[in-house]
Ligand binder design. Structure first.
Ligand code: GLV
Length: 368
């Protein structure tokens, strides 16, 4: 393997290494995969307005998320079933995140339990939650996450049903028999039955609560004191409802383009959500982040931080923990360079005037 110089290079290696069913599960988006491409394309249509002759000899990328200090505004998104990518799975991701001084979000559908991930050592970790029809299951799981030291719940709100991922349907996707959804093992919900379409889609149809609504955000608050991030908001209307629901923050996400196809790229939806949130709660973003320049663009549009998903899984498949460490290192270094070349020395320096979006190009040149 030649030297890896950007996070995207891990995808081709993962494709070679992984069984087709596993690779396709991680790589695919919903239906025509329009949004999957657009999550990347939309970043490429945003240009920079860098400032020059600013002393950038010292750059501070540190920030705090829900009161937790981290080394950079780059965090790890929840991605399911990481042991399908590498035998160390979520253990490797947790260790790499801790070593980089950043946050890992563990998926409900992890192949390692909350307790197992906690056993890797100290680290700031969030828990991604799917709400099951059986609320006792949810209560137990949230309590276990709290006990295992997880610091926030990222409540996924865009999955009353699973999106139509055609590769998974063709492959009759199921979790390999040597693995389980570890958080649900003791509850007899850890296995996924073979179905005549995607086994995961059937699992979701059987277990996940389609009635989930804003009142359940209140319910969740009644069973936990952990802060709740509402993950999957892409409109101003829902951003306002999230603020009113008492959420601690919003994650602008289209679930890695795996749910509803033809929704905008998250970077395109970000600004309306930020405007609607009116600074009352922080807004984060996931989806399509592959470069330090993408991180900068998201921050310039008002994100308080970003999460990366697929690059972590592909790097895990290629090189295990070392791969995930390398992804976090490359993104960090690219982001630092972008700050320097844009004339920003702290995250607070990054603002809307540092970028030019397509919408801006239609407006007269701003008098700043
Ligand atoms: C899991 O959250 C998935 O999108 O497959």
């Amino acid at each position: 393997m030649g030297e890896i110089t950007n996070v995207m290079e891990y995808q081709a290696i993962a494709k070679q290494k992984l069984p087709k069913m596993a690779y396709d599960y991680y790589a695919s988006g919903a239906e025509d995969e329009w949004t999957l491409n657009e999550n990347r394309e939309a970043f490429s249509r945003i240009l920079f307005r860098p400032r020059i002759l600013i002393d950038v000899s010292k750059i501070d990328m540190t920030t705090s998320v829900l009161g937790f200090k981290i080394s950079m505004p780059i965090m790890i998104a929840p991605t399911a079933m990481q042991k399908m990518a590498h035998p160390d799975g979520e253990y490797a991701t947790a260790r790499a995140a801790s070593a980089a001084g950043t946050i890992m979000t563990l998926s409900s559908w992890a192949t390692s339990s909350v307790e197992e991930v906690a056993s890797t050592g100290p680290g700031i970790r969030f828990f991604q939650l799917y709400v099951y029809k059986d609320r006792k299951v949810v209560e137990q799981l949230v309590r276990r996450a709290e006990k295992a030291g997880f610091k926030a719940i990222a409540l996924t709100v865009d999955t009353p049903r699973l999106g139509r991922r055609e590769a998974d349907i063709k492959n009759r996707f199921v979790l390999p028999p040597h693995l389980t959804l570890k958080n649900f093992e003791g509850l007899d919900l850890g296995k996924m039955d073979q179905a005549n379409d995607s086994g995961l889609a059937s699992y979701v149809a059987g277990q996940v609560d389609r009635t989930l609504s804003w009142k359940d955000v209140k319910w969740l608050q009644s069973i936990t004191s952990l802060p709740i991030l509402v993950k999957g908001v892409i409109t101003a209307e829902d951003a306002r409802l999230a603020v009113h629901s008492g959420a601690a923050g919003i994650i602008v996400s289209n679930h890695g383009a795996r749910q509803l196809d033809y929704v905008p790229a998250t970077i395109s939806a970000l600004e309306e959500v930020v405007t609607a949130a009116q600074g009352r709660i922080p807004v984060y973003l996931d989806g399509g982040v592959r470069r330090g320049t993408d991180v900068f663009k998201a921050l310039a549009l008002g994100a308080a931080g970003i999460f990366v998903g697929r690059p972590v899984v592909f790097a895990l498949a290629a090189e295990g923990e070392a791969g995930v460490r390398n992804v976090l290192r490359m993104l960090r270094e690219e982001f630092e360079l972008t700050m320097a070349l844009s004339g920003c020395t702290t995250l607070a320096d990054i603002n809307r005037s540092h970028i030019l979006t397509e919408g801006d190009k239609l407006r007269p040149t701003p008098r700043l």
